[in-house]
Design a protein around this ligand. Structure first.
Ligand SMILES: Cc1cc2nc3c(=O)[nH]c(=O)nc-3n(C[C@H](O)[C@H](O)[C@H](O)COP(=O)(O)OP(=O)(O)OC[C@H]3O[C@@H](n4cnc5c(N)ncnc54)[C@H](O)[C@@H]3O)c2cc1C
Length: 382
């Protein structure tokens, strides 16, 4: 059992770290303040392949293993939480399901352009009345001539990451209400399709440079060739997609928590309290030691789930464990780091308050902590 990174993975971490330090970190605070979507950086990331890290080279990606993908998300998120989540959502829920379930035509048409970063991707399940419970989805996709002539989408999705800028959105909708979960289907909806419009954008606590939008479908006609998988596959596609994407969210949380930890260590070295640097106080050393241990444990859980995924083993339980542990530990670390920094942890002159705001949502999206625990328990008890 070798837990060290391969040379290739270590080189990739170094490369993304360098990019993020120069191209994201200097702009993160200003983008947070203004809410400016980081298009300039995303264009550069597209050219470097960072918007298609785990997608095979034949479809425009870098063809990297899942651990390398997580390394990439951690590094981007450590520099800019918004860019981290834009990339994670674009890749693991906006692109990956088309690669996994799409026809050859869909892969050539969409995956290639998404992985190269020519367009951004989004994924829409959530509605005003359906978050944790996908079975309550009310958006309908009425088959036209039994689906042969396409589907007519009607309904509203909310809180959709990349919703305003995405070139394609995977939309989960009800094709047959009588079949419950098996009556849900997935559609690739292109921006500009008549009847599809972007509604209001959400004002949020954190991740200000990442869009969170309402999407409205009014008699939006989607051609049959844009059905992803088979009619009725929507729930299955969503669950398989979310397993993969949850470890990406774990990596995002870890990246922000690591940035908070590094900021805190730097502060503890230089800040004088009771005539000596803060890091010379044993009480503070214990707290720093716990934070470092928690970061490492979260990383290992995440890599375990990623390794199982790449070995084609079932990893639903491990993905949820990684997500709930990383997001809760990240929340705790960021909160503690901010306290150790005293008034500087609260001031907008330090990035700590941004980290604190950015991290909260990792306990909510792609399944709340309660939902992760339900998934873990279900797997344990089945
Ligand atoms: C910034 C942001 C970005 C997002 N991006 C996307 C996106 O790109 N695409 C998308 O589809 N959605 C997205 N979401 C939505 C997100 O996935 C949902 O908010 C999340 O799944 C929770 O759903 P909900 O808010 O409706 O809460 P609810 O499902 O209403 O849950 C409310 C509370 O009840 C708890 N709860 C619910 N069911 C149970 C249960 N059975 N047992 C115990 N407790 C339970 C929950 O844990 C939670 O604490 C985003 C949300 C945010 C905030």
């Amino acid at each position: 059992m070798d837990l060290s990174l391969t040379d290739e993975q270590a080189r990739f971490r170094h490369k993304v770290h360098d990019f993020a330090r120069h191209e994201l970190k200097p702009y993160a605070a200003e983008r947070d303040r203004t809410g400016e979507f980081p298009w300039d950086s995303l264009k550069k990331m597209g050219q470097l392949g960072y918007l298609g890290m785990p997608i095979p080279k034949e479809y425009g990606g870098l063809g990297l293993d899942t651990i390398s993908y997580l390394i990439g998300i951690e590094e981007l998120s450590a520099a800019c939480g918004s860019t981290g989540v834009i990339t994670a959502v674009h890749t693991s829920v906006g692109t990956y399901p088309i690669y996994l379930f799409g026809t050859e035509e869909q892969k050539k048409k969409y995956v290639t352009t998404l992985a190269r970063g020519e367009i951004l991707g989004a994924f829409a399940i959530t509605e005003p009345g359906a978050g944790s419970d996908a079975g309550s989805i009310a958006t309908t996709a009425q088959p036209i001539d039994g689906g042969n002539e396409g589907y007519l989408l009607n309904g509203t999705k909310v809180f959709i990451t990349n919703g305003t800028s995405a070139g394609t959105v995977i939309v989960i909708a009800v094709t047959d209400k009588t079949k419950g979960h098996r009556g849900l289907s997935a559609f690739i909806v292109e921006k500009g399709t008549p009847g599809f419009k972007v509604g209001m954008g959400e004002s949020k606590l954190g991740l200000h440079a990442s869009e969170t939008s309402e999407l409205i479908f009014e008699n939006c006609e989607v051609p049959r060739e844009n059905l992803l998988g088979a009619d009725g596959d929507g729930f299955k596609i969503s669950m398989i997609t979310l397993d993969a994407s949850r470890i990406g969210i774990a990596a995002q949380a870890l990246g922000t928590a690591r940035a908070a930890f590094e900021e805190c260590i730097g502060f503890a070295r230089s800040h004088i309290s009771n005539t000596k640097p803060l890091n010379k106080h044993q009480g503070i050393q214990f707290v720093l030691a716990d934070m470092a241990t928690q970061l490492e444990a979260a990383r290992l859980l995440m890599y375990k789930a990623a390794d199982m995924k790449d070995r084609n083993m079932p990893y639903t339980k491990e993905a949820s464990m990684a997500k709930v542990f990383a997001s809760e530990v990240a929340m705790h670390i960021t909160n503690t780091a901010s306290r150790i920094m005293g008034e500087f942890g609260f001031s907008i002159t330090s990035p700590m308050e941004r980290y604190l705001r950015d991290i909260k949502v990792s306990e909510i999206y792609e399944g709340t902590s309660e939902i992760q625990r339900l998934i873990i328990a279900k797997q344990l008890l089945k």
